[in-house]
Design a binder for this molecule. Sequence first.
Ligand code: NAD
Length: 362
Amino acid sequence: MKTNFKKEERLLKVGVLGCGLINQAAHLIGSAKARNIYLQAICDVAEDLLRKMAAIYEPDSIYTDYEKMLADPEVEAVIIGIGDQFHVPCAKMAVEAGKHVFLEKPMGVSIEECEELRDMALSRNVMLQIGHMKRYDPGLQYAKQFKEEKMGEITTYKGWYCDSVGRYTLTDNVMPVIYSSEAMKKPAGNPKKVLDHYYLLGHGSHLFDTALYFMGPVRRVSARYVNRQSLHSWLIDCDFACGAIGTLDLTVAIAQQWHEGCEIYGTGGTIFAKTFNPWEFRSSIVECYDKETDVCSTPAAYDGQFYRRELEGFADSVLNHTPCTGATADDGMMVMRALIATYQSVHSGGAWINLEDVKGAL
Ligand SMILES: NC(=O)c1ccc[n+]([C@@H]2O[C@H](COP(=O)([O-])OP(=O)(O)OC[C@H]3O[C@@H](n4cnc5c(N)ncnc54)[C@H](O)[C@@H]3O)[C@@H](O)[C@H]2O)c1
């Protein structure tokens, strides 16, 4: 279906894999609204869910068999929103079929499988972008540019990502109704039950990717973790390759509103950013203090639909043969290394773990 949101002459024809929460709430509607994407196909093994989504979004084709969608010559790229454990195997199949891939975060579950996927995508010359959507938050994008242009030498990064005990009260209010099916394909053994793994992969990936976006590679981490009742809290010290020091706070869940943001100190200025629950679709509120002018700037940043913006960025790169503007495979792997290093540090009494030594999985 071609909606009236289309602004470009040439649209990227995508196939969406998965009709679960993320694709219902973000990537199906994002594909329909993106200025440069045509929703060519949808695939899910759960046929009832697939037909429900097809009735709303009217793709040209629907598939219960992923291999058949990959064999569709009209599908140029796939958007993959399925369980973490399935990410890399399904992304590799797409790369094998010569399709460009937009892959939800976290990139995978082990360093080795992510490396294989990255190398395969490189050798087949297909675009592989990881769904760290905060890179398309226009408030953070403004702050990043300010940092590059005005802040001189950066000394310090503080980042926090604290889920709220009121999270579902908020998300139930603002998210669309999410449909499910008995026939949905889920990873074996319910990985969501192992809470420290699940929170690190699910939430920690956002915390580290935002740090990486602003500061570049993390060299090493030292982490502590405490769990009382349903409150899980990690405090993570990190050294960045650029020479700055950092501290990160991942907490699920605090008795307060959603609490996410960062502060960055540089010799030429300071950034403060307050980020909202993503389902509110609000850009971060950023304050950028410029030492030279003594002026603090805050962009209006009206378009907080970063899920749609990340798909548009992906399509722009594919259509124009330009570099990825979001998280690359190397960024996705750096996040994976940081998460595993955090886990390893906690389990070795807070020892410093070098990211380049990290192997395996959580
Ligand atoms: N970026 C974000 O803010 C954000 C938010 C939520 C979830 N996510 C990520 O999105 C991903 C998906 O999460 P979800 O909650 O939507 O998952 P889900 O399990 O609810 O839905 C996945 C769907 O994909 C289908 N599926 C899986 N493998 C398939 C296959 N091989 N062939 C056909 N259909 C298949 C399943 O049947 C299911 O309907 C996760 O990796 C999660 O971390 C990201």
